[in-house]
Design a protein around this ligand. Sequence first.
Ligand code: G6P
Length: 611
Amino acid sequence: MCGIVGAVAERNITAILLEGLKRLEYRGYDSAGVAVFTNDGILDRVRRPGKVSELDQALAATPLIGRLGIAHTRWATHGAPCERNAHPHFSGQNLAVVHNGIIENHEALREQLKAQGYVFTSDTDTEVIAHLLAHKLKDLHDLTVALKATVKELHGAYGLAVISADQPDRLVAARSGSPLVIGLGLGENFLASDQLALRQVTDRFMYLEEGDIAEIRRDSVQIWDIDGKAVEREAVQYGDNAESAEKGEYRHFMLKEIHEQPTVVQRTLEGRLSQQQVLVQAFGPEAPELFAKVRNVQIVACGTSYHAGMVARYWLEELAGIPCQVEVASEFRYRKVVVQPDTLFVTISQSGETADTLAALRNAKELGFLASLAICNVGISSLVRESDLTLLTQAGREIGVASTKAFTTQLVGLLLLTLSLGQVRGTLAPGVEATLVEELRRLPTRLGEALAMDSTVEKIAELFADKNHTLFLGRGAQYPVAMEGALKLKEISYIHAEAYPAGELKHGPLALVDNDMPVVTVAPNNELLEKLKSNLQEVRARGGELIVFADEKAGMSNGEGTHVVQMPHIHDILSPILYTIPLQLLSYYVAVLKGTDVDQPRNLAKSVTVE
Ligand code: G6P
């Protein structure tokens, strides 16, 4: 889950490495470091706990000048986030390694290497790789050959970049379970865990595949596949359509991304709707034929993406009549799953690199699913490359760690999937598709109306300033919306928040309700409204303060201890998308009041590429 950058060039590469790290900080940010083969002919490094800005300051004080280097921003797995555990890790004075992933057999290797006289200076699994490689080099001499021998002994997941002062003509890299991309320049080449890190220096990229080893020199790149065979990987060119990485008028990326939702939802719909129908081919040319065979759907995802899947279950069963199961990837991948015949396996992911989701997809391929579909925001991700079908959400680059626009575009993608399956299988009620297509077209405007409540929600946030616990309630498809609301609040404001289906309130959580425990709920005007109102009475009767986001036609108004925010009326099926907005704004403003790091909350990372 860490970020890796490497460079081999004719010019000084330190600023390039540092800029790359800043662009990768979304992957991890508890410490950072850089190792450079300096123009004085030595391998030198600077590492700092904390964010990349700390490293930046340290490098300003002690510059490293050189033409070959590697750098890393860390999200700690083995060993606390401190300078000693920060990457790059050295073996001796001449070999430096950066690593993303987890080496599962690090303890056994550490014991072996200690017995051979290697001295460990960190608690990381990565240092094992450095010493093992140094050990192999004693016999094999060539850095690339030694890396090939080293990875054979590693169990687990890794993206690795290595440099050596003894062979300063190259950067070597290995990929297994953790993405790496080579950036191609003129007379210079680069490496990173995400092409975003290198957009500053090139627009031509070569993606390493699982098991690849690469030797990257200034003027050449050589790659060997998992069987050791020399291979060519296709170079892809990207136009400069990268989303701006600037906050613009907004104080935080999260707020900017919340406000981008009407635009990105519009973009996600573009080219996917005809007058009255969803264009099933949006899922790929084989989709119509494949979807006709689907009798069940299994959805697998993590975090916010999992919540999107939970909403989709309500839609798939209610609208398309297709049984659907939803599970978090970390559970699914280790469960002995019984697969129903003709089940479509659907993964949902913003990044397309989440380790558990990818592993679940790989397992699913062995289990006899009908086909796999990825609903993903990154077209060049592993998940997309390894799935049979894809629907790309068009959320653009999401920088805030707490996912917002990725979630609502995923919901749009999942509603398109529901309607496509129902259309092809003829299970939609008459007129439903045309109505929902029309409603989808109006959705960006409705989202804009919800966003206009920004300042109302900001005021409501003040109620949470001194609170430590919050309960979120929802019924039906609003239950996952409540779960997402609770996740957002805990992620960025560090207030303990739990979500419950409102009907479960009296089976336990009601015991917690008092005037220190605000209860947030979303109340669209549907057939569950009256039942929800009774649940809310149960809260009020115990002195719990209520914050209700309610349909303007729901007949709910402010009262003592009850704060009602009127929401624009929307078709019930689309209400989970609309009601997500005020909950995102609420978490945002509570976090701002609490003074937390909104875009990079503590202990979390944007893209979880370790198990
Ligand atoms: C991390 C992020 C979440 C995200 C989850 C799944 O936990 O902090 O915001 O929902 O990973 O990520 P994915 O990229 O697969 O959607």
